[in-house]
Unconditional design. Structure first.
Length: 95
């Protein structure tokens, strides 16, 4: 089992637990339905951190299900969990 299948299983588990449909999760998270379906069936190999954070928040999962609260905010703001607080990808690169 690879990481994509593990993520798919986790999302499916929480969808069922909340009696939420994929369509509802798509609307609530802002993640496109076809993208979400590929993530949920484990076939997506291109899910970004930003997309996963949106799903985590939409499912109301307590951090750190996927990420810590600080890294989740960073991912949403910058698209990367490695960019320090207050910086963007454009103005920060590791030396």
């Amino acid at each position: 089992m690879d990481i994509y299948q593990i993520i798919a299983e986790e999302i499916n588990y929480h969808l069922k637990g909340q009696s939420m449909t994929v369509e509802e999760l798509s609307k609530k998270s802002g993640v496109g339905l076809s993208t979400l379906q590929r993530i949920i069936d484990g076939t997506s190999r291109r899910a970004t951190l930003k997309t996963l954070v949106k799903i985590e928040i939409a499912l109301g999962l307590p951090s750190p299900m996927f990420f810590t609260p600080a890294s989740a905010k960073r991912v949403l703001a910058t698209g990367s969990r490695n960019v320090p607080e207050g910086k963007t990808r454009q103005n920060w690169y590791p030396a």
